[in-house]
Design a protein. Structure first.
Length: 222
């Protein structure tokens, strides 16, 4: 018995690396290989209709339990998904797959009492205040009286009832478009500081605020 030269865990054979490290990066026999379209289709057909057993899923769950991704790993994952757009067809397939898998099930069957997903945490009121993912210390979340429905409607009219980021147009009987403060100062209700956004784009601006502030300011200068 010896220890892996990468992670220092005990190896079962006479190799220098454990099974896990031996299949990573340049040591992986598939690393750098490009499978042909025909080969990928064969793999897809062979896996079609196959689902891992409950025992297998439990083993996979235990393997990843308490594992925390490093900052470098999170960055790699983020960069690998950058620019990736999920097509409408893929969204439809995902939705159809979820509806089939959950057909006939009640919400309590899918989400257990002690479920730790964001949906259940929010429903139990565990994501309010300081526990919210978007909580920022010292941030004033109250809007002044001047930021009323009349002002919001003026901005929507100015922007032709169109999201100034993705181009979504407000429907007559649909949800009203949001009004966003470019500099994130709720007391600055100058019309130059307000912009019309759809719900999805408005949610995006809760993250990386410095980027979005600079982005909308440059956009306004054009």
């Amino acid at each position: 018995m010896s220890n892996c030269i990468d992670c220092n865990t005990e190896t079962k054979g006479c190799g220098l690396r454990c099974t896990s490290c031996a299949h990573k990066g340049k040591f992986n026999f598939n690393s750098g290989k490009q499978f042909s379209k025909e080969h990928r289709e064969k793999i897809s057909k062979s896996l079609k209709g196959k689902h891992p057993s409950l025992e297998t899923r439990l083993k996979q769950s235990l393997v990843h339990k308490d594992k925390v991704c490093s900052a470098a790993t999170k960055l790699k994952m983020s960069l690998s998904h950058k620019g990736h757009v999920v097509t409408e067809e893929t969204k439809r397939k995902i939705g159809k797959g979820n509806s089939i898998a959950n057909k006939g099930k009640k919400l309590k069957d899918i989400h257990k009492v002690d479920c730790t997903c964001s949906f259940c945490k929010s429903k139990r009121g565990e994501l309010k205040g300081k526990n919210s993912y978007n909580y920022i210390e010292g941030l004033d979340r109250k809007y002044p009286l001047t930021f009323d429905s009349t002002l919001k409607e003026q901005i929507r009219t100015r922007d032709a009832y169109t999201c100034q980021e993705c181009g979504f147009i407000q429907l007559e009987d649909g949800r009203l478009l949001d009004i966003h403060h470019i500099d994130y100062d709720k007391n600055n209700n100058n019309e130059d500081n307000l912009i019309t956004l759809c719900r999805n784009c408005h949610v995006k601006t809760n993250y990386n605020r410095e980027h979005w502030e600079n982005y909308f300011n440059k956009k306004g200068e054009l």
